[in-house]
Design a protein around this ligand. Structure first.
Ligand code: ZN
Length: 263
């Protein structure tokens, strides 16, 4: 099996070594490591330099819930300094379900505007350096797609997309991708979008260490658990696991492992 975990918060593991060994044993050949701010993005760059198996592609980015003026400036600088080592920017995007936006507090519009500004500036960097944006769009699905389109991004990954099917149609029509996570075993929203999207536009990921649910339990994930994303997607699509691994693997390699990329 030749699996790629397209979204892993590798900085969350104190010692990535054993985690990566288990990934190789599970058939994982590539991982896209993502950051959420300058500090975690730096750590992802370090891990990608330090370990070579599985192949790790670093993505750096500022997550919507981490946005401040100072963080925007420092993440843009980090992208400029490291763009030749990157294939993607992530985890970036919009999140209208963050605490400040759920309550009707003053300053609500300011939070939204700042998220959008950070997202746009990073999308522009993605275009400038031909990097694929890995987009978080929780509760902001239509706006996230609108900004990606307004900035003229050719290909983006709408990671763990669980929004409306009308917006999904727009995502697919514009040439973008979505992902299957271990939650594909049970989440009705995720299962609906995975059923509606063509396999040629789906990649696999874990979003580790975000826990997966097993019965009443929540078990933290790691890249090896991308096999659960594979199994759920294969059964949902009624296609063999080998075929799902092959097609999603080709999709992931096309997006994140271009030939000639070097650290
Ligand atoms: Zn994530």
């Amino acid at each position: 099996m030749n699996l790629i975990d397209c979204h892993a918060h590798l900085d969350e593991f104190d010692d990535p070594g054993p985690v990566l060994e288990r990934a190789v044993a599970a058939g994982v050949s590539g991982i896209v490591g993502v950051g959420i701010n300058t500090a975690t993005s730096r750590r992802i760059l370090e891990i990608a330099r330090q370990y070579s198996s599985p192949e790790i592609v670093p993505a750096v980015g500022l997550y919507p819930d981490e946005v401040t003026e100072a963080e925007i400036a420092s993440i843009l600088e980090l992208i400029d300094e490291n763009h030749s080592a990157l294939a993607a920017l992530g985890e970036i995007g919009l999140d209208y379900w963050v605490r400040e936006l759920r309550k009707k507090a003053p300053g609500r519009e300011r939070v939204k505007t700042l998220q959008q500004e950070a997202f746009r500036l990073q999308l522009r960097k993605a275009n400038q350096y031909s990097l694929v944006p890995i987009v978080h769009s929780r509760g902001a699905w239509a706006d996230a797609l609108r900004l990606v389109e307004e900035e003229g991004v050719g290909r983006a990954l709408f990671h763990w997309y669980t929004g409306p099917l009308e917006v999904l149609d727009g995502i697919i029509a514009a040439g973008h991708y979505i992902s299957a996570t271990p939650a594909a075993a049970g989440s009705p929203e995720l299962r609906a979008v995975l059923a509606a999207a063509p396999l040629e536009r789906i990649v696999l990921e874990t979003d580790c260490p975000v826990p997966r649910r097993v019965g009443g339990e929540r078990i933290p994930t790691e890249p090896a658990d991308v096999v659960y994303s594979l199994r759920s997607l294969a059964s949902l699509k009624d296609v063999s696991e080998e075929e799902v691994a092959r097609v999603t693997g080709e999709n992931a390699r096309r997006l994140f492992f271009p030939p000639g990329r070097g650290l």
